[in-house]
Design a protein around this ligand. Structure first.
Ligand SMILES: Cc1ncc(C[n+]2csc(CCOP(=O)(O)OP(=O)(O)O)c2C)c(N)n1
Ligand SMILES: CC(=O)[C@@H](O)[C@H](O)COP(=O)(O)O
Ligand SMILES: [Mg+2]
Length: 624
């Protein structure tokens, strides 16, 4: 590692450096971030894009007294390196290591925990208000990307902040990218810099013209200038933010440390709500990431020289890919099928659908709430919307699922990807609550496939079902099973027995079916006869199957990749209670009542006893 960075013990060290040294430091930060991400994976392109901005922020403001709130937080690697985490940076995103996102428990410089988008303005406003009420002195800054500005929550924050006009700064980091290309009217509005330059030129020309006209009074010049200002306002991004009550500064070059520092120093003196519009390049300084910022947005390990991303573990295709394939095929025959993503066409496997059926594909931006209600509108008019969404991001739209979909019994299909633990992104991103939060809604049909072949049949079943439905499946590879060429419906609410046995019955769901079968094999070696059922549906649950196994075997074990609170096992307990069978011994295996840390998916499943050995161990323990 190069020399300057090693001398930085905290942000205060930056203030001793010359501009030249700050620029050298930017290069060193880039090197460390690229090399660490090449081994650990991570959000490389977003972090490379804000290195100069991060240096300028920490050089001008006084964190942790001043509060810097990063939106999403996936761009905060330079911030981490400058705020005392250089030595631990090699553990980024690893089990037991530092988080890929700001975390208050990790450092006093992390003002707010993040991972989900568009929260920064609201959180920063709360901090500004708290400061004023407590008569403290500090500055509060929110750093938000143009993609995150597509989320409605950002406007709720802007609306309130502009109205209160407290001393706070919003920095809009505009790189014209979300994970993929940014979408929506706002994004085209923000990129009107050419028009703004054009207007600036007109302004200069008009000024020159008026100044050269003898006989025109100063008043006329001022009126003309005001007219030019309003013309400028009509054409520049500033108009929008000024309408919200913010002072608008920019757009400025987000890779020019000197300019950034000057601007921040100026703004530091204001005590109003100010928005600084900063233009940056995603992936800045690393060729492969600049060329392909989507790939390097959140990337796995890669070779630094070639920019080649390491092949995964190989083997079977991912659930995500097979979902996309199946949806494409279903949509070929059913023109009512439309697909929706909230800014994740690649991550959800919908890119192929977008290419094939562009008129039936909708990227709504980072707007899960809108995505759900939009889907409800489409369904209400006879279409079959499939909203492909990560489990943890769908949490955003809880009320829309209730009020706009379930209450009206509208046939919206939720294709819930990243259900279960997701790995290195950690607690903000694990999808371990969807069974609990969806199961409570009347009219909802909720299923989880044991493998990728069952996923395609479930998707087909959901699309043909006349009511709300959800299919949840994990991040990562399928099992490599054969994929049927014909779709078939899987009877709603019907599970299947995969293995008979008389000592104990495992009722397994989704990703836990195969490890449960393996656990049964392990227990067989020890003389235990274990039945295994693939329950398929959490709602409606297969009551008959639960009761049959309860009667035949008498000892039940439920296994799910969800929080135990309110999950699939809880649904089984409810059935038993309703049937007067509460006395039967039941062991529930799933995630406990805590937030699950970051780590490889396999590491976490082992840690929480959700691998075959862990399941076998719990079962043996329950029989002692
Ligand atoms: C609620 C929510 N939905 C989706 C995501 C996934 N996501 C993470 S970053 C990102 C794009 C953010 O774009 P922007 O704010 O412009 O930051 P950039 O990566 O361009 O720096 C998305 C869609 C998320 N983190 N939170
Ligand atoms: C920061 C963020 O929310 C996304 O970039 C997320 O990390 C993507 O996760 P996947 O890698 O599972 O698509
Ligand atoms: Mg962006």
């Amino acid at each position: 590692m190069a020399g300057l960075l090693e001398t930085i013990s905290g942000p205060e060290s930056l203030r001793k450096l010359s501009l030249r040294e700050l620029n050298i430091l930017a290069g060193e930060l880039r090197e460390v971030i690229i090399s660490t991400c090449s081994g650990n994976g991570g959000h490389l392109a977003p972090s490379l894009g804000v290195i100069e901005l991060t240096i300028a922020l920490h050089a001008v403001f006084n964190s942790p007294n001043d509060k810097i709130v990063w939106d999403v937080g996936h761009q905060a690697y330079a911030h981490k390196l400058l705020t005392g985490r250089r030595e631990r940076f090699g553990t980024l995103r690893r089990l037991g290591g530092i988080s890929g996102f700001p975390k208050r428990c990790e450092s006093p410089h992390d003002a707010f925990d993040v991972g989900h988008s568009s929260t920064s303005i609201s959180a920063a406003l709360g901090m500004a208000l708290a400061r004023d009420l407590k008569r403290e002195k500090n500055k509060v800054l929110a750093v938000i990307g143009d993609g995150s500005m597509t989320g409605g929550l950002a406007y709720e924050g802007l609306n309130h902040a502009g109205h209160l006009n407290r001393d706070m700064v919003v920095i809009l980091n505009d790189n014209e990218m979300s994970i993929s290309e940014n979408v929506g009217a706002l994004s085209s509005f923000l990129s009107r810099t050419i028009t703004s330059e054009f207007v600036h030129k007109i302004k200069k020309d008009v000024e020159g013209f008026l100044e050269n006209m003898d006989g025109l009074g100063r008043g006329v010049l001022q009126v003309a200038k005001r007219a030019e200002e309003s013309l400028k306002g009509l054409f520049t991004p500033g108009m929008l933010f000024e309408a919200f009550g913010f002072e608008y500064v920019g757009p400025i070059d987000g890779h020019n440390i000197e300019l950034l520092m000057q601007t921040l120093e100026n703004v530091k003196r204001f005590d109003d709500a100010v928005l600084i519009h900063v233009l940056t390049r995603k992936g800045k300084g690393y060729g492969p990431a600049e060329t392909n910022p989507s790939l390097f947005h959140g990337v796995g390990p890669f070779d630094v020289t070639s920019g080649k991303v390491a092949k995964g573990k190989g083997g079977a295709a991912s659930y995500t890919f097979l979902f996309g394939e199946a949806l494409n095929k279903i949509a070929n025959d059913n023109e009512k099928v439309v697909a929706i993503t909230a800014a994740m066409p690649d991550g959800t496997g919908l890119s192929a659908f977008a290419a094939k059926h562009p008129d039936r594909f909708f990227d709504v931006g980072i707007a899960e709430q809108h995505g759900v209600t939009f889907a409800a509108g489409l369904a209400g008019r006879g279409l079959k919307p499939v909203f492909a969404v990560y489990s943890s991001f769908l949490q955003r739209a809880y009320d829309q699922i209730f009020h706009d979909v379930c209450l009206q019994n509208l046939p919206v299909v939720f294709a819930i990807d990243r259900a279960g633990v997701v790995g290195s992104d950690g607690p903000t991103h694990h999808g371990v609550f969807d069974l609990s939060y969806l199961r409570s809604f009347p009219q909802m049909t909720l299923m989880a496939p044991k493998d990728e072949n069952e996923l395609q049949h479930m998707l087909y079943t959901a699309i043909n079902h006349d009511g709300p439905s959800a299919v949840r499946y994990p991040r990562g590879n399928g099992h490599g099973v054969a994929i049927d060429q014909e779709f078939r419906e899987i009877a709603i609410g019907q599970g299947e027995i995969l293995r008979d046995g008389g000592d104990v019955a495992i009722l397994a769901l989704g990703t836990m079916v195969y490890p449960s079968m393996e656990a049964a094999d392990l227990l067989a070696v020890e003389g235990l006869n274990v039945a295994v059922a693939n329950m398929r549906y959490v709602k409606p649950i297969d009551r008959e199957l639960v009761l049959t196994l309860a009667a035949k075997v008498g000892r039940l074990v439920t296994v799910e990749e969800n929080a135990l609170q309110g999950g699939f096992g809880a649904a089984v307990l409810e059935v038993l209670e309703e049937e007067g069978l509460s006395h039967l011994p039941v062991t529930r295996i799933g995630y406990p009542d805590c937030f699950i840390e970051q780590g490889e998916q396999s590491e976490l499943r082992i840690r929480y006893g959700l691998d075959s050995t862990g399941i076998a161990k719990s079962i043996k323990g329950s029989m002692l």
